[in-house]
Design a protein around this ligand. Structure first.
Ligand code: NAP
Length: 294
């Protein structure tokens, strides 16, 4: 039986991953939350991973608040890049497979179609730059590594670093009858963290290395996503479409950073289901599905 350790285990993706790996019962699963390990501290990394000695290490820890990364680049690079390096070095020393979770924000969004694993990254914000640096450091430091890029995660735990997820924020605004302003000039591939966890497990079973894109299929603007959420949840509210300039977030976002995987088909791993189906599954899981959601 292999030992799989998950760093960032209390987060949105990490918690789904731990639950799924435990359900499948094939491995010993060790959950490492921020209380158990500080990736930015090499002594903490060595001591936590030395005690566990995993065969596979999945690093889901990150500084994920994209706007705050603009104001705190040192923290972004310390956690997302240097911390990832410490983890990868510990993996190399114990010959463990090091899995680093990365992001669509490593791309600039100018390609005009979805990005494959072959495309050249070019981040346009500090978060994306710090994650790309993390990718490079992990691949350089650890001969057995896997970088999994995902996007716009939604899961039951909600991104701890972002105080929830987009779906919950939209539904809460509708319930309070607050105005719902949503950006309509940025396209993404919304991804259910449970689906990403299942895809990740399939990659681990095949001992995949290199870079793999893992998102729910299809793409939409954040405005289209919000409309679909409200429709499926049966909420009587209409979002207002705004441009990203009008919205005025501190960090620039890529206009179209949707991902597609060229690597999954040759591995005989199914691409993840369409984001609309994943959204319905999420609403069922959280007890919010209506007629339309079924
Ligand atoms: N959320 C998205 O939309 C999205 C999109 C693309 C890629 N990703 C990537 O997917 C991964 C998982 O994201 P997520 O949405 O699950 O984020 P999340 O819910 O914020 O989870 C991240 C976890 O990492 C922990 N953590 C933060 N800093 C740490 C540190 N210095 N040392 C150890 N643990 C630390 C956090 O603990 P505390 O909360 O206690 O600090 C949290 O439990 C990340 O690599 C992220 O870059 C996310």
């Amino acid at each position: 039986m292999s030992t799989v350790a998950v760093i960032g285990s209390a987060g949105q993706l990490g918690s789904d991953l731990v639950a799924l790996l435990r359900e499948s019962g094939r491995d010993k699963v060790v959950a490492l939350s921020h209380r158990d390990i500080e990736v930015a501290n090499p002594r903490s990394v060595r001591s936590a991973l030395g005690a566990v000695r995993p065969d596979i290490l999945i690093n889901c820890a990150a500084f994920v608040r994209v706007d705050d990364c603009e104001d705190q680049p040192e923290t972004a690079f310390l956690v997302n890049a240097v911390g990832a390096l410490y983890v990868a070095q510990a993996c190399r020393e114990s010959n463990a497979l090091c899995v680093y979770i990365s992001t669509d924000y490593v791309f600039d969004g100018q390609k005009g179609t979805s990005y494959t694993e072959e495309d050249c990254p070019h981040p346009i914000n500090v978060y994306g730059a710090s994650k790309l640096a993390g990718e490079h450091l992990v691949r350089q430091a650890c001969p057995r590594s896997l970088v999994v890029r995902t996007a716009s995660l939604f899961g039951v735990t909600g991104a701890r670093g972002k105080d929830g997820n987009f779906i919950e924020a939209i539904i809460a605004k509708a319930q309070r009858a607050d105005p719902i302003r949503v950006v309509d000039d940025i396209r993404t591939s919304p991804t259910y963290s449970r689906d990403a966890a299942a895809g990740l497990e399939a990659l681990l079973r095949q001992e995949t290395t290199g870079v793999v894109h893992l998102t729910n299929s299809g793409a939409c603007t954040w405005y289209e996503f919000a409309r679909t959420i409200l429709d499926y949840a049966g909420a009587d509210a209409t979002p207002q479409a705004v441009s990203s300039r009008e919205y005025g977030a501190r960090a620039r976002r890529p206009a179209d950073s949707t991902l597609v995987s060229a690597r999954l088909p040759p591995l005989h791993i199914n691409r993840l289901r369409p984001w609309q189906e994943a959204l319905k599954a999420y609403l069922i899981e959280t007890g919010r599905a209506t007629r339309k959601g079924h």
